[in-house]
Design a protein around this ligand. Structure first.
Ligand code: GDP
Ligand code: IMO
Ligand code: MG
Length: 425
C-alpha cells in the first residue's frame, strides 16, 4: 500500500504533520524532492521539531527513512538533524540516501547571495537553485562521490577551478580548497556512508511487496519549477507528476494520493498572490495561524483560498483525496471567502495563468461563506463540526471533485479528524 503526501499550494500546508501522523503505520517513508529549503513541523511525543531533510517518518524507528534521488542534500544540515533526532529517540533511525542525490555545498549559498535571488525571488538561501543548476549543467557533486574520496577530491577540484574562472572578481571563492572541503564532507557523511546506495531498488521492492510506504513531498504544486508561478518557484519538481523521476521508478503505483491544503492560503517570498489580504486581516491570520517560516523565520503572506490555483494543483497532483489543515485557525471569523474565479480587465477568467505577470493582473471574484464561533479543536468526528464549517469543506471538495480524507484542527497528531472516505480508499 503506497500513499503520497503532496502540497497543493505554495508550501507550508502542514505536510509534515500529516506525514508524521500516517508514518506511525508505515514501513518506509521517502522524501523525494527539494532540500533544506523545506521546513516540516511535527509534534512528536509532545516535543516540537522542524525537519528540513529527513522525512518525518524518521520519528518511528520501525520505519526506514529514504532520501531519494530527486533531493539535494546539505550534509551540515543532515548531520545536525540526524544527531538531534537520535538524541530524542535514544537510538539511531534507519536511513537510506540515494547515490544519485546531489550535494548542496557552501559555494552554492554564496552564489545565491551574489546572484541576488534571495531578494529577487525571496529564496531561502539554502543553495537550492545553484545546486539543481549544477546538476543540470553536469558539474554537480553527488552522494555517490562520497564513497570514493579520490573521485570526490578530483570532482571538487574541477568544480572549484571553474567556479573561480566564472567569478574572477569574487574574493569569497578564493579561499575554498577542494582538499579541505572534501575532507570536511567525508567527515560529516561518516555516519551515513553505509546508507548511500541506489534507493530505487528498496523503494521498488517495498512497492511490489506488501509493505506500507509513504512518500513525503516538499514545497507545493505552485512552487514547481516547471508548472508553478515561474520564476517565483523553487528549483525542483514538487508534484506527483514529478515523483516517478525523482525516485527512479517509472509509473509507480501509488493508490492513495493526499493533496494537503491549508483552509486558507499562505506564501513566503516574492511572486503574485491574487487572494493576499490587506494588512489588518493578514496580520490576524499570521498571528492566529503562527504563520512564520520554519526555515527562515520570515512572516508568511496570508490570504483566502484560491480555487483556480487549487484546480491547477489538482491537475498536477491528481489527488485521490484531500487533507484540509488549520481549519481551527478560521474559527471566530465572521465570514470566510474563497476566490472562485479571476477577473482581468472586466473579463472573467477561471484558468490559472502560466505567466506570473498575468497572474499579477488577476483580481479575485469571491464566494462568501458564513463563519463559525465555536472552538473546534477538541472535535473527534466530522459530523460534530459546526454546520458552517462542513458547508465550507463540502464546497471545496465539490469544487475540486476530490473527497476529503482528513481535516486537521490543531498541530498535534491527535488533532485530526479522519473521514469515511479515508478508510474506504
Ligand atoms: P509543511 O512545510 O507543509 O510541513 O508545513 P509547516 O510545518 O511549514 O507549517 C505548518 C504549520 O502549521 C506548523 O507550525 C504546524 O505545526 C502547524 N499546523 C499543522 N496543522 C495544523 C492545524 O491543523 N492547526 C494549527 N493551528 N496548526 C497546524
Ligand atoms: P515546505 O516543504 C514554503 C519558497 C521560498 C521562495 C521560493 C524559492 O516547508 O513546504 P528556494 O530556496 O527553494 O530557491 O526558494 O520557494 N519555498 C518554500 N515556501 N515552504 C517551503 O517548503 C518552501 N521551499 C521553498 O520561500 O519563495
Ligand atoms: Mg514548511
Amino acid at each position: 500500500m503506497a500513499t503520497a503526501i503532496l502540497g497543493m499550494q505554495w508550501g507550508d500546508e502542514g505536510k509534515g504533520k500529516i506525514t508524521h501522523l500516517l508514518a506511525k503505520d508505515s514501513d518506509m517513508v521517502v522524501r523525494f524532492n527539494g532540500g533544506a529549503n523545506a521546513g516540516h513541523t511535527v509534534i512528536d511525543r509532545g516535543e516540537k521539531f522542524g525537519t528540513h531533510l529527513l522525512p518525518t517518518g524518521v520519528f518511528y524507528t520501525a520505519s526506514t527513512s529514504v532520501l531519494a534521488a530527486g533531493m539535494v542534500i546539505d550534509l551540515e544540515v543532515l548531520r545536525e538533524e540526524f544527531d538531534t533526532i537520535t538524541r530524542h529517540l535514544g537510538e539511531k533511525p534507519e536511513i537510506l540516501i540515494s547515490e544519485h542525490a546531489h550535494l548542496v555545498l557552501p559555494y552554492h549559498k554564496l552564489m545565491e547571495d551574489l546572484e541576488g535571488s534571495v531578494k529577487r525571488i525571496g529564496t531561502t538561501r539554502r543553495g537550492i537553485g545553484p545546486a539543481y543548476r549544477d546538476r543540470a549543467a553536469r558539474i554537480g557533486i553527488r552522494a555517490v562521490d562520497l564513497l570514493s574520496p579520490k573521485q570526490l577530491r578530483d570532482r571538487l577540484t574541477q568544480r572549484i577551478e571553474l567556479l573561480k574562472r566564472m567569478w574572477p572578481s569574487s574574493p569569497q571563492f578564493d579561499s575554498i580548497s577542494a582538499i579541505e572541503l572534501s575532507e570536511r564532507l567525508v567527515g560529516l557523511a561518516q555516519p551515513f556512508l553505509s546508507s548511500i546506495r541506489d534507493t530505487a531498488l528498496p523503494i521498488k521492492k517495498a512497492l511490489q511487496g506488501d509493505r506500507r510506504i509513504l512518500f513525503e513531498g516538499a514545497q507545493g504544486a505552485l512552487l514547481d519549477v516547471n508548472y508553478g508561478t515561474y520564476p517565483y518557484v523553487t528549483s525542483s519538481s514538487t508534484t506527483f507528476a514529478g515523483l516517478g523521476n525523482a525516485i527512479g521508478i517509472p509509473n509507480p503505483t501509488i493508490d492513495k494520493r493526499i493533496g494537503v491544503l491549508k483552509a486558507y492560503t499562505t506564501r513566503v517570498g516574492e511572486g503574485p498572490f491574487p487572494t493576499q489580504l490587506s494588512n489588518d486581516m493578514e496580520g490576524k491570520l499570521q498571528v492566529r495561524g503562527g504563520e512564520f517560516g520554519v526555515t527562515t523565520g520570515r512572516p508568511r503572506r496570508c490570504g483566502w483560498l484560491d480555487l483556480p490555483a487549487l484546480r491547477h494543483a489538482t491537475a498536477l497532483n491528481d489527488p485521490t483525496g484531500i487533507a484540509v489543515t488549520k481549519l481551527d485557525v478560521l474559527s471566530g471569523m465572521s465570514e470566510i471567502k474563497v476566490c472562485r474565479a479571476y477577473q482581468v480587465g472586466g473579463k472573467l477568467y477561471d484558468r490559472f495563468p502560466s505567466s506570473a505577470e498575468e497572474l499579477g493582473l488577476c483580481r479575485p471574484i469571491y464566494e462568501t461563506f458564513p463563519g463559525w464561533k465555536d472552538d473546534i479543536s477538541q472535535i473527534k468526528d466530522y459530523e460534530q463540526l459546526p454546520r458552517a464549517a462542513r458547508t465550507y469543506l463540502k464546497w471545496i471538495s465539490d469544487a475540486l471533485g476530490v473527497p476529503i480524507y482528513l481535516v486537521s484542527i490543531g498541530p498535534r497528531p491527535e488533532e485530526t479528524i479522519q473521514t469515511d472516505f479515508f478508510d474506504r480508499a
